[in-house]
Design a protein around this ligand. Structure first.
Ligand SMILES: Nc1ncnc2c1ncn2[C@@H]1O[C@H](COP(=O)(O)OP(=O)(O)OP(=O)(O)O)[C@@H](O)[C@H]1O
Ligand SMILES: [Mg+2]
Length: 226
């Protein structure tokens, strides 16, 4: 579904953020992207949602035969179509502070042209999936960090993405809340959505059976599974 073909990337003259990164992620997989700070995790995720591009190599994304993207693509409308098929979750939630929880999730669907009845149904469906529908009328600042992350995962799921890309989604959360958030990703994955989660929290991932892509200074260090 997603292939990195010998991808290298430099942000500045000599500093290679990624070096010859080569891997494949299949439909429905759950994969952890790990490695120390500065290793290149966020850069990998940005390349999937095409916020960054390789200098060398290529990123290929293919959901089905009619929905395929290459990192050489430059048309903004095509990139926006791709992003609608991805669910993106950030460490700092990125909720709209002046809209309530319902509206934060509805926002993504309005852009996609949902009717109001279908929209309401879908918003409650995803808020229920992440266990936060009882706070639909609240504002983001009235929620704890863990609750805000539940909302941001609901928002990411609203458009029925093929994959969730999560960048340190538990980085601001305590261990118990982090485990609850990972459980939500596991449930999402069990229903068929792929999950790629960047984290350097080894305590969290060591007990879980999923494949790991480990980066160190821009290089993939565990290549055994490719
Ligand atoms: N926009 C940018 N301009 C210049 N250098 C950048 C930029 N973004 C990232 N880098 C550099 O590229 C390298 C990889 O950064 P990246 O953000 O992908 O790492 P990371 O693994 O996500 O780190 P962290 O765990 O701290 O989030 C780092 O050395 C970083 O300083
Ligand atoms: Mg990062």
């Amino acid at each position: 579904m997603i292939s990195f073909i010998h991808v290298s990337k430099k942000y500045e003259k000599d500093w290679k953020a990624l070096q010859d990164v080569h891997f494949r992620l299949d439909r429905g997989e759950f994969v952890f992207l790990t490695g120390p700070s500065g290793a290149g995790k966020t850069t990998v995720l940005k390349m999937i949602y095409m916020d960054e591009r390789p200098d060398i190599g290529e990123v290929l994304i293919s959901f089905n035969k009619d929905l395929a993207y290459r990192s050489a693509e430059t048309s903004m409308s095509k990139i926006q179509m791709l992003r609608r098929r991805l669910g993106i979750v950030f460490q700092d939630f990125k909720l709209l502070p002046d809209r309530n929880i319902f509206e934060n999730v509805a926002f993504a669907l309005r852009v996609a042209g949902y009717s109001s009845k279908r929209l309401k149904h879908r918003v409650y469906e995803v808020l229920t999936l992440t266990g936060i529908s009882h706070k639909a009328k609240n504002m983001p600042h009235q929620l704890s960090g863990g609750e805000q992350q539940r909302v941001s995962i609901a928002r990411a799921m609203a458009n029925e993405p093929y994959i969730i890309l999560a960048d340190e989604p538990t980085g601001n959360l305590d261990p118990q809340t982090s485990a609850e958030i990972v459980k939500i990703f596991q449930n999402i994955n069990a229903s068929g959505t792929a999950v790629l989660m960047a984290t350097h929290d080894f305590g969290l991932i060591n007990s879980l059976p999923y494949r790991r892509l480990m980066l160190n200074r821009g290089t993939l260090v565990n290549r055994d599974f490719i």
